[in-house]
Design a binder for this molecule. Structure first.
Ligand SMILES: [Zn+2]
Length: 81
């Protein structure tokens, strides 16, 4: 995992939650543009989030967030092999 990816790891999960400020959002999007690997992770997570939103967005609480975080971790971790 690149240093930059490691640093942005936590931010990305917040980014997916839509909780980042516009400024940080832009930084993440900038990272995603330059980093195909992270982009791939986020794209696939984003799809599952959109599915979640359609179904039970209101109920997407801590549990869903934990799963999201785990998925993100898996995605990044798979890089090491
Ligand atoms: Zn990256």
């Amino acid at each position: 995992m690149k240093e930059e990816c490691r640093r942005d790891f936590e931010r990305i999960s917040e980014y997916l939650d839509g909780e980042l400020s516009e400024d940080l959002c832009r930084q993440i999007e900038d990272h995603l543009r330059r980093c195909p690997q992270c982009r791939e992770c986020v794209d696939s997570l984003r799809k599952s989030i959109e599915l979640c939103k359609k179904a039970v967005y209101e109920e997407m609480g801590r549990d869903a967030r934990e799963r999201l975080r785990a998925a993100l971790r898996d995605c990044f971790a798979s890089d090491r092999s």
